[in-house]
Design a protein around this ligand. Structure first.
Ligand code: ADP
Length: 581
């Protein structure tokens, strides 16, 4: 494929134009419009939030909207009916008036007999003048004009009673009269009054015969001014009534929703307090209605929950005390057994080989028994809330050195090399050095034990608010889901695994409690056959929460794999094989 070429007449900005565009982007009006847009977006977001958050607002707005639709539909229907009624009434009276007046006019023309054009014109003016003044409170205009099919000499001109001229008469009306001269014709038109206002009017037309002048059309124009005023009053009343009705509906909806929503809100507050541990919180439940029943049911549920939680707490306390008491009680006999065991162990060379072997086994098992008892006592101290931090500013590099010294014998025995990735500067944090050393010793000892003789890497990291130590091995690793289980008490991936170091299954559980006591995290990651990585993250200053860990959870070489590229150091559970504690 050829690369696409630019069209010949395409315009490319020259270098001198570009800064100009840049300057234009920053013009004050653009900045103002951007700020206005941002303010509008903020306002829209706020309105959306208020709309979503308030059930009461939604109910009131929906009721008012539905009320408005009903009022509009009903109002326009009634208005239309009233308007039709008024106009029809007026048309009826207009027709009747026009009929009688046309008859009267025809009678006057007939009685006049033959006369000259001037007298006839005068008579026409007289008749029109008389017809157009019905009374003080009535008004009608009269037009007398030659019929379209009257082709004789125009002896009488068009006579008008007012400004309403012949052009106001619709051609269709004139055509209808020409087609059916024996019948009266009616139409609604718009006329302009003397004050300039335009009003609808009923126009009634019929034929009259003028002596010697022939066929003429006589039109009566009845302005519907009064009807229009009546309809305006009706429209104003309807609009005002509609607004008041919609507001009333809104008020009613407000009162009704308050009656329902208030107890629900109170229930939500009580539920929130309950879930935050204030188990004594209860709802007010007076009366017999649905809300009272809800309150009673809620309170019954809270009672039952509180009872069960108390029972569980009591049970757990009894269990903790039992473990603690048993561990304490076992200490005294164990001390005696220890002394006797040591004595037998020291004298094992005097026994025959099978008894000497038993003395060895006894000695090892007493060691395991002792460390198990120590771990149990430590766990019961955590459970009783008696564990306290003894904080001091410590450089974690020295803690790591001490840890590696303490595990050197084990590493040598397993043929593992423990490598520390050097750091640039000091990594000082406010920690309890004894507890942190215990965590690290456990992590390094596990890495050596499960590392299958391969090197173990210890890395130290620091950022603004946290320090972290990761201990990674390339040993057996962890199966999917095991990373979350390793911190459980007495959990072991394979209970049949050889325990040459005499592990109790409580090491990581104690480490987790130690990390928590510091306000820190202990994360695990592992993949079968690839290895495991444990990362301890601690706040640099006591009580300051950690935002992210300075180290990644997975070992360095794993990070370059495409599937792992998106891992973030701030995510507590970074992989399917990773878990947080
Ligand atoms: P212990 O080591 O005394 O058995 P821990 O609490 O230290 O107890 O560890 C619990 C379990 O977690 C171990 O039995 C082992 O199955 C698993 N585990 C811990 N560290 C590792 C590791 N580095 N690699 C693989 N599995 C591990």
């Amino acid at each position: 494929m050829f690369p696409r070429s630019r069209p010949v007449n395409s315009v490319t900005p020259t270098e001198s134009q570009l800064p100009l565009q840049g300057a234009r982007l920053g013009q004050p009006w653009e900045r103002r419009s951007r700020a206005a847009r941002a303010a509008l977006q903020r306002m829209a977001r706020w309105l959306l939030h208020v709309w979503r958050a308030s059930l009461q607002l939604r109910v009131i707005a929906s009721t008012m909207l539905l009320g408005l639709i009903v009022v509009l539909m009903l109002g326009s229907y009634l208005y239309q009916r009233i308007a039709d009624g008024l106009v029809n009434d007026r048309l009826l009276t207009a027709r009747a008036e026009a009929t009688s007046q046309t008859r009267a006019a025809q009678a006057r023309f007939d009685s006049a007999g033959r006369m000259d054009a001037v007298s006839l014109t005068q008579l026409a003016f007289d008749v029109v003048g008389q017809l157009s003044s019905p009374g003080a409170d009535q008004s009608r205009e009269v037009i007398l004009t030659r019929a379209k099919n009257n082709t004789g000499p125009a002896s009488v001109p068009t006579v008008l009673s007012s400004d309403v001229g012949l052009p106001s008469v619709p051609a269709s009306l004139r055509a209808a009269i020409a087609a059916d001269p024996s019948h009266q014709q009616v139409q609604i038109i718009s006329i302009s009054l003397a004050d300039g206002a335009t009003v609808p009017a009923a126009i009634v037309g019929s034929r009259v015969t003028l002596p010697a002048a022939g066929q003429y059309e006589l039109y009566f124009v009845f302005p519907l001014e009064r009807e229009q005023q009546t309809l305006q009053v009706v429209a104003r009343t309807f609009s005002l009534g509609g607004i008041v009705l919609v507001l009333l509906l809104g008020g009613v909806a407000y009162v009704v929703t308050r009656i329902v929503v208030d107890p629900v809100r109170r229930a939500a507050v009580v539920a929130e307090r309950l879930s935050s541990g204030r188990l004594h919180e209860r709802m007010r439940a007076h009366g017999e209605d649905d809300i009272a029943r809800l309150g009673k049911a809620f309170n019954a549920m809270a009672d039952s929950l509180q009872k069960q939680i108390r029972q569980l707490e009591d049970l757990s306390r009894v269990q903790q005390r039992f473990v603690s008491d048993v561990s304490h009680e076992l200490r005294t006999p164990l001390t005696t057994i220890r002394m006797a065991g040591d004595l037998i162990h020291e004298s094992r060379h005097d026994f025959d080989p099978s008894v000497a072997r038993s003395a060895e086994l006894l000695h090892n098992e007493i060691d395991r028994f002792e460390s198990l008892l120590a771990d149990l006592l430590e766990i019961s101290r955590f459970d009783a809330g008696a564990a306290a931090l003894d904080v001091e500013a410590t450089d974690l590099r020295s803690t790591i050195v001490r840890t590696i010294d303490a595990t050197a014998v084990l590493a040598a025995r397993r043929g593992s090399r423990v490598e520390v990735i050097p750091t640039d500067g000091p990594c000082v944090a406010e920690i309890d050095p004894r507890r942190v050393e215990r965590i690290l010793r456990n992590l390094v000892a596990n890495a050596i034990e499960y590392g299958e003789g391969r090197p173990v890497t210890v890395q130290l990291g620091v950022n603004a608010d946290a320090v972290a130590v990761s201990v990674c091995d390339s040993g057996v690793g962890l199966r999917p889901g095991e990373a979350a289980l390793v911190f459980n008490r007495f959990w072991r991936s394979d209970p049949a695994r050889a325990r040459t170091t005499g592990g109790t299954g409580l090491g990581l559980a104690i480490s987790r409690e130690d990390a928590r006591l510091h306000g820190g995290w202990l994360h695990a990651w592992g993949e079968p056959g690839v290895g495991s990585c444990f990362r301890l993250t601690l706040p640099r200053h006591t009580g300051v929460p950690i935002e992210s860990s300075p180290l990644l959870l997975r070992p360095q070489q794993e990070r370059s794999a495409p599937s792992l590229a998106s891992e973030s150091a701030s995510s507590p559970v970074a992989t399917s094989g990773g878990a947080e504690s």
